[in-house]
Design a protein around this ligand. Structure first.
Ligand code: NM2
Length: 539
């Protein structure tokens, strides 16, 4: 067993934090959840607005960056490694797990029955905000949270020529050599803590959905044992993949999963309530743009409905918890793209992918409720979200097949996300790895098991509330780390900008054509341009 590459310091701090979160629930689910709830209340009452400002601020910052002079900076020489389409697909599948299969269908129903802004439950106004809020929580400002870490990380690696994709390394502009010391370790632990919380949330939501499916087809009771069985089955699957490093197989699986996801969406769009989907989507876009700032900064300080804490803070926490992980991944696959391309690609591509789910799946389910075909809200309140999700799908033409495929996509989304998270965690909690060397196999499997075990504890606790708590808690340190990364990046780019542009222009002149990739710099065509350069947009 290879143990000399394990970073014991990082590992023990991360394990201690995990224990702090889970042991109280294990000892006493009620008291444990109450302790977490108390921590949550402290965070939301003191830092709630910070999460909202951070998300909006990050979104504004990215727009400024993309459309300002720094947007032209190319991260690394040469053409992008992947076509824009594959690049977007990779970013989407890394950052989106089974969560979208869950919330995409049912989120509207929560907002419809308990709407924001003091609206009447189940009213027409509530119905216009219901699908809009889902699109907001999975829209462009949310994707801004995902996108922001990718820029300093890519900058550190491709321009500052560092070999590490770690978060601590991307903060080096501000913290200097402390990145290699205790401060760096603390930052990396924050990253791990966040990812554990984010993945725990995805697993603890995805598992009951799969359990509902199994119950639906086999009649097996939905007990904790069934949930455990599913998590263990997933664990065995991850362990095999992680142990054998089945990267190619996993990539293929996740590609096909995305195609299947799109195919189901297209099927529902055509054979479902097409006119309603289009009308409701159109309405929601209008409502969202009209109310974007209202929704972004809604705290309800007097009414104290708790809407923002239960939803927007939960979501921003969840996005923040995942963001450094997806940022690291996006940085790895974005060499050769401009900052503008990286930003617009992630904001637009990611939003489009999520809106596809919310507008097609969510509006279909909403249509069934509104036209009295399936009482979705009643099912949600009496039997829970997974039952309401399956009831929506079942009401479609070929409902049985749609349910099976849907659950398959959810399971694979979950599996591929947990798998790569376990891989990344084992990498960050290692040291002295030679370039190209991978963490020990058993260590990868260990992280996979740890992640899944946490979700078991969470399911044992107090359901949705515990999850909402976990993501918000684990995200808090990351909000500060993100600011550190942005500061570091700005310091670097201010210092490097003139030299980068000179070199970029030199390279362009030598190549004799304008830069390829999204957001390419529009330059006059060279007089003679016999060969059309590859742009990366071909497929
Ligand atoms: N986010 C995108 O399960 C999932 O879809 C993971 C969830 C952070 C809301 C990501």
């Amino acid at each position: 067993m290879r143990v000399n590459t394990i970073d014991k310091q990082i590992l023990s701090i991360a394990l201690a934090l995990v224990a702090l979160l889970t042991v109280p629930i294990l000892i006493s689910p009620e008291k444990g959840t109450a302790v977490l709830k108390a921590v949550l209340d402290t965070i939301t009452s003191n830092f709630g607005p910070l999460y909202l400002w951070a998300c909006l601020g990050i979104f504004g910052f990215l727009l400024w960056l993309a459309f300002g002079k720094y947007g032209k900076v190319k991260l690394g020489n040469g053409d992008p490694e992947f076509s824009t389409f594959s690049w977007l697909a990779l970013i989407f599948t890394a950052g989106i797990g089974s969560g979208i299969m869950y919330w995409g269908i049912i989120e509207w129903a929560y907002y419809y029955s308990s709407p924001p802004f003091g609206l009447e439950p189940s009213s027409v106004d509530a119905a216009s905000f219901a699908p809009t809020y889902g699109m907001f929580h999975w829209g462009f400002s949310a994707w801004a949270i995902y996108c922001v870490p990718s820029i300093p990380i890519a900058y550190a690696v491709y321009i500052r020529k560092s070999s590490s994709y770690r978060l601590s390394n991307a903060c080096r502009g501000i913290i200097g050599d402390h990145a290699d010391g205790l401060v760096g370790k603390i930052i990396d632990v924050c990253f791990m803590f966040g990812l554990i919380g984010g993945i725990g949330t995805s697993l603890a939501l995805g598992t009951p959905l799969l359990a509902e499916g199994i119950h639906h087809f086999t009649g097996i009771e939905k007990t904790l044992t069934l949930n455990l069985g599913i998590v263990v089955a997933l664990m065995v699957f991850f362990s095999i993949c992680l142990y054998f490093g089945l990267k190619k197989g996993l990539k293929l699986l996740s590609d096909w999963n995305l195609y299947l996801y799109v195919a189901i969406a297209v099927f529902i769009f055509i054979f479902g309530p097409t006119a309603f989907i289009i009308a409701s989507f159109t309405d929601s876009v209008g409502v969202l743009f009209q109310n974007f700032f209202r929704m972004s900064l809604y705290t309800d300080p007097v009414g104290k409905s708790g809407f923002s804490e239960a939803w927007t803070l939960f979501y921003w926490g969840w996005w923040f918890s995942y963001a450094p992980f997806t940022g690291m991944f996006a940085a790895r696959i974005s060499k050769g793209r401009t900052i503008k391309g990286l930003i617009l690609g992630q904001l637009l591509g990611g939003t489009l992918g999520c809106w596809l789910a919310f507008s097609i799946f969510g509006n279909t389910s909403m249509f069934f409720e509104m036209s009295g075909i399936v009482p979705i809200v009643d099912i949600l309140q009496s039997e829970g979200a997974p039952a309401a999700i399956l009831a929506s799908l079942n009401a479609l033409p070929l409902g049985g097949i749609v349910v099976v495929l849907y659950l398959l996509v959810a399971a694979i989304f979950l599996a591929t996300t947990v798998n790569s998270a376990a891989y990344t965690l084992s990498d960050v909690a290692s040291k002295n790895l030679k370039p190209g060397e991978e963490p020990a196999r058993w260590y990868r499997v260990f992280w996979g098991i740890l992640l899944t075990s946490i979700s078991i504890v969470l399911m044992y606790g107090d359901g949705l509330e515990a999850l909402q708590t976990l993501s918000i808690i684990t995200a808090l340190p990351l909000v500060f780390v993100m600011f550190l990364m942005i500061g570091s990046f700005l310091k670097w780019i201010r210092a490097d900008y003139d030299i980068i542009m000179q070199e970029q222009e030199k390279a362009e002149r030598a190549a004799g054509y304008s830069m390829p990739g999204p957001g390419r710099i529009k330059k006059k065509r060279p007089e003679k341009a016999p060969v059309v350069p590859k742009t990366g947009f071909e497929n």
